[in-house]
Design a protein. Structure first.
Length: 294
């Protein structure tokens, strides 16, 4: 993902409240992670930055190259090697060290009831799955910098990356109804599904989802198990397959469900995704589904 693409994405997201600046390095090199994950990671970090700048401010995007020689002291420190570094620096409220130390933990949130605490955990998961890491530096009243370290490709791979690759033919495109009540997570999963070539319908609650099933007749229902209002995801799946027999089902959750709910999920035979998950994990889950021919 190029810096120009990042700026374009964030410009659409922020409007005029936050100024976006860039500082790029010509010798950053080439890193080749899951091609859709950087966008989701950047969007997560940037949305946190926007929330930390309620009166406006500046988000600076920096790219650089880092040569790490010392052994890591913590899980967040990068292993020795060569990295492309993508850093997002805001001028927001910042946070004390004891809070910054917890931001990559699943379900930790500084937003009270407005967040799930999965956003930065997903960023951390993406970076680690790519062979890199993510770090955070923050000072109360002065802002926060989140840096993603991605291992550099070797010279042969860099040369290949400089030549446009042939467009890969996607798998069978499906219409997927995504049911997720947390906005940030819903946006991430929607982008992941779209990157796999699927048409995506979204709903925040079961009642809205059931209306869409009758009106749009999706091929697949991908639902969070724990929904904030109305019936839960397992009840929704039962109602949905009654409304449309043969509808393929997949579940996702960031929490450990009660034993009874776990047993009900297993009984369906549907794939289960534990949040946060990568795009390849999502693709494998979708590929397991048997979708009746229209």
């Amino acid at each position: 993902m190029r810096v120009a693409d990042i700026v374009k994405l964030l410009g659409r997201t922020f409007g005029g409240s936050v100024r976006i600046a860039t500082t790029t390095s010509a010798d950053t090199g080439v890193a080749l992670p899951d091609p859709t994950a950087p966008e989701a990671a950047v969007l997560n970090i940037a949305l946190n930055a926007r929330d930390a700048m309620p009166d406006g401010g500046t988000l600076t995007i920096r790219t650089s190259r880092a040569e790490i020689t010392r052994k890591p002291l913590t899980d967040e420190d990068p292993e020795p090697g060569s990295y492309a570094v993508l850093a997002l620096e805001d001028t927001g409220t910042g946070m004390p060290a004891e809070v910054a130390a917890k931001v990559f933990e699943p379900f930790f949130t500084t937003k009270g009831g407005r967040g799930t605490g999965l956003g930065l955990a997903m960023v951390y998961g993406f970076a680690k799955q790519s062979g890199g890491t993510v770090t955070i530096a923050s000072t109360p009243g002065k802002g926060t910098t989140v840096s993603i370290f991605l291992p550099l490709a070797d010279a042969d791979v860099e040369a290949a990356a400089a030549t446009p690759a042939p467009v890969m033919q996607p798998g069978v495109a499906r219409t997927v109804l995504l049911v997720e009540d947390e906005t940030e997570v819903r946006n991430i999963v929607r982008r992941q599904l779209e990157s796999l070539g699927h048409h995506v319908l979204v709903a925040e609650a079961a009642t809205e989802a059931l209306l869409l099933i009758k009106a749009a007749e999706p091929d697949i229902l991908l639902t969070d198990v724990m929904l904030a209002s109305g019936m839960n995801g397992v009840d929704l799946a039962e109602a949905a397959t009654t409304a449309k027999p043969g509808l393929a089902i997949a579940f996702m959750s960031g929490f450990t469900a009660a034993p009874e709910t776990q047993e009900r999920i297993r009984a369906t035979g549907a794939p289960f995704l534990s949040k946060p998950f990568s795009t390849p994990q999502l693709e494998r889950a979708i590929s397991r589904l048997v979708v009746p021919a229209n």
